[in-house]
Design a binder for this molecule. Structure first.
Ligand code: PGA
Length: 250
């Protein structure tokens, strides 16, 4: 893993956007793996700004999202379909037909997981996968204890994850209990991974990530074994990481 230190949320977002823009310029038909959550909003805003100012084109890009809640329609304001349209797809020139997310309303959820996994193969795998990190170390919705061999599957969300995400809903009870997520093996197949972390709430898990111990209790720890991972974290998220450790990874 390589660490890029950012000053604050805005700086992290700008630096992440620069890497994504560079990827799209170098390979206009890139497959981008995308993520949702509070962390990514600034990055998508920076991509939209760049599109408006510099016209970076996404016409040949394909996107695949990590996850979607089960039971929320694409039009539901808390669905990840809605989030992606609202923060990114509606504001750049990507054809909607080239943007993929799991279908949280599928009648046969197991078949939907298989379809999504096959789709990733068909489009040639992910060139650059964007990841947030949960306070419990989850990546996508792969909660602690998930097998490193897992492919796209259904998960029951951890209480802590539902609590963390309830800030986007009117009431805690409205937060879905289940989701479809790419598995850890799916994520690890990505050619390059960009993990973002911002704020004090992420300081503990970031220090655990860089402790280097690989354990299913910290799903993100598997990233220590991937050959091409960049972590961009701001100073608050890095506040529990020693200067020595920071030096090793930068
Ligand atoms: P957040 O979520 O960006 O809203 O903190 C990150 C995650 O849970 O992966």
């Amino acid at each position: 893993m390589k660490l890029i230190e950012a000053k604050d949320y805005q700086d992290m977002s700008r630096k992440a956007a620069d890497i994504i823009i560079d990827q799209v310029k170098k390979k206009p038909n890139s497959v981008l793996g995308l993520a949702t959550g509070g962390t990514m909003i600034g990055t998508y805003a920076a991509l939209v700004d760049d599109y408006k100012q510099n016209g970076t084109s996404y016409q040949q890009v394909k996107t695949v999202n990590l996850d979607e809640y089960i039971g929320l329609a694409p039009e539901h304001p808390n669905s990840y379909h809605y989030y992606m349209s609202d923060h990114l797809f509606n504001h750049i020139d990507i054809p909607k037909s080239q943007t993929y997310l799991p279908n949280g309303l599928a009648k046969d959820i197991e078949a939907e997981c298989q379809r999504y996994e096959n789709l990733l193969e068909q489009i040639g795998g992910i060139d650059l996968q964007l990841l947030g990190i949960g306070q419990n170390g989850h990546i996508g919705f792969n909660e602690p204890g998930t097998s490193f061999e897992s492919t796209t599957h259904v998960v029951e969300l951890a209480l802590s994850t539902r609590q963390a995400n309830s800030r986007f809903f009117n009431r805690f009870e409205e937060v879905p209990t289940h989701a479809i997520t790419m598995g850890i093996a799916t994520i690890m197949k990505s050619k390059k991974i960009l993990l973002l972390a911002s704020g004090k709430k992420k300081a503990h898990i970031i220090s655990q990530l860089f402790a280097g111990k690989v354990t299913t209790e910290i799903p993100a720890s598997i990233l220590n074994t991937h050959p091409n991972v960049i972590v961009i974290a701001d100073q608050e998220a890095l506040s529990l990481l020693s200067p020595e450790k920071r030096k090793v990874y930068t």
